[in-house]
Design a protein around this ligand. Structure first.
Ligand code: SF4
Length: 480
């Protein structure tokens, strides 16, 4: 995927001006946060499961070469093929090569973020293939030539009216006066159109939620059943997955599955969980004749041993973005790459480089909610902080910001001066803004007030001064 992370600030301006996006993002609390909270409340061992999930992935990352080789041995033993790809180009070439060897022209696809990352659709189209997305959200954005804006809900930025317009423009062979006002109409139409594509496809390409080292199996979870049709109907099944998707055993995948759907959509389990092991055997009723797994690195192994390595525990549930105030304001496209939100801000600089993605780790309030909800206990703020330090150390921070940070650091390390200046600012700010009750513009910090008013300080001192006064009165810490 072509990154636009380097134009993050411009992307944000576009996102903030998009009324459809504002409305769509407004539904996220009921759609994701409340459902997750309700399902987790019914599972007393959720915290213990988080610890178990973290331990499984920490073991995997410490022994990645061993588990990957074991996975390859088991895939090969069952008649499948493993293809190693260091770069997106190598991965795309491997997949195109398999398609050409089988004479394929049409490939159905299940939802796969790594396929988005390597730009697979564009590559296949450029070489005469027709890739057809079969996940409803991915299908919609493919018709619109857009990138996903969320890792589990790729078309979350669109209203049903926009989807209806897209279908009318794209499905010209269907009656112009058909009803397309309700979500059910849209789903039925997509199902009808895609059904024929499932039958036509020569190759099915899916991602993988897990690769199981002990059996050589791949696992996908979906709510639409499109993944099963994608991998079972065509003659050839290609799985594309990144290296960190490996887990040691079937039991490990079952433990993490209990975290995944609850954290993602608030379901106890996704509707379909499918384990695939090798090609069809002589007595199998269905399944592909060929089974290929393309395992992609794309910079991940360089992250091992760095502060960002813990981001490789990610199971792509989306909980961090569902709870992020920044994602909730700007949506996913502004991040400019396939993985948005806090995990995008933690991972993208490691994959694309700090030069390309240096704004992303700065787009965080460090409220900590992302780490709090992450089922794999990834310290996202700590990783973003480490990228900020690298940005500063490598001289990539803009001079004005660098100067400001220098002044701040000088003042903040002199407590008496800091207290005096902040006290002055609070009182001065109160006097200047008390009539209006809020500031609409702040010198040197216009970005803060461009989209919001800032309430004026109460004027009776800084937090530390108030605390000291209360402590002297003996009321500090009593909640008053
Ligand atoms: S970082 Fe954690 S919360 Fe975010 S997508 Fe990955 S596993 Fe889910």
């Amino acid at each position: 995927m072509q990154s636009t992370s380097h134009t993050f600030k411009d992307n944000v301006k576009t996102a903030l001006a998009d009324e459809h996006l504002r409305k769509a993002l407004g539904n996220m609390k009921a759609g994701f946060q409340d459902k997750r909270a309700a399902t987790i409340a019914k599972l007393p061992e959720f915290e213990a499961l988080r610890d178990q999930g973290k331990a499984i992935k920490d073991d995997v990352l410490a022994n990645l070469d061993y588990y990957l080789e074991r996975f390859e041995d088991n895939v090969t033993r069952d008649g499948g093929h493993v293809h190693w790809a260091r770069t997106p180009q190598e991965a795309c070439e491997a997949i195109l090569g398999i398609c050409r060897d089988t004479g394929a022209r049409v490939a159905t696809k299940g939802k796969s973020m790594i396929a988005e990352e390597i730009g697979l659709n564009e590559y296949l189209e450029k070489h005469g293939m027709t890739p057809v997305e079969t996940d409803l959200g991915e299908y919609i954005i493919q018709l619109r030539h857009e990138a996903p804006s969320h890792i589990i809900a790729p078309a979350i930025h669109l209203s049903k009216e926009q989807v209806s317009d897209t279908f009318r423009r794209s499905h010209k062979h269907l009656s112009a006066d058909r009803p397309l006002d309700e979500p059910r109409d849209l789903t039925d139409e997509a199902r009808t159109v895609l059904r024929q594509q499932f039958v036509n496809a020569d190759v099915g390409i899916t991602g993988a939620n897990f690769l199981i080292a002990e059996t050589g199996s791949t696992v996908i979870v979906t709510n639409e059943g499109n993944g099963d049709l994608t991998q079972n109907l065509p003659r050839v099944h290609i799985v594309v997955a990144s290296i960190e998707k490996i887990v040691p055993t079937l039991e490990d995948s079952a433990a993490i599955l209990r975290l995944l759907a609850r954290s993602a959509t608030g379901q106890e389990y996704s509707v379909y969980t499918t384990y695939s092991t090798g090609p069809r055997r002589p007595d199998d009723l269905d399944g592909p004749d060929e089974f290929h797994v393309v395992i992609v690195d794309n910079g991940r192994s360089d992250l091992l041993g760095t502060e960002a390595a813990e981001a490789l525990r990610c199971i792509r549930c989306g909980a961090c973005m569902n709870h992020c105030p920044v994602y909730g304001a700007i949506g996913g496209h502004a991040y400019g790459w396939v993985v948005p939100g806090p995990i995008g801000a933690a991972l993208t600089p490691g994959i694309l480089g700090v030069e390309e993605a240096r704004d992303l780790p700065n787009a965080s309030t460090f409220c900590g909610k992302c780490e709090e909800v992450c089922p794999m206990k990834i310290p996202l703020p700590k990783i973003m902080h480490s990228w900020r330090i690298e940005e500063y150390d490598r001289g990539l921070t803009p001079p004005r910001q660098r100067f400001g940070l220098g002044v701040w650091s000088w003042v903040a390390t002199r407590p008496r001066l800091y207290n005096w200046l902040t006290g002055l600012a609070v009182r001065g700010g109160h006097m200047i803004g008390r009539r209006r009750g809020s500031w609409r513009w702040m010198p040197l910090a216009g970005g803060w007030t461009a989209y919001r008013d800032l309430p004026v300080p109460a004027g009776d001192g800084t937090f530390q001064q108030l605390y000291a006064r209360r402590r002297n009165r003996g009321t500090a810490g009593d909640g008053k």
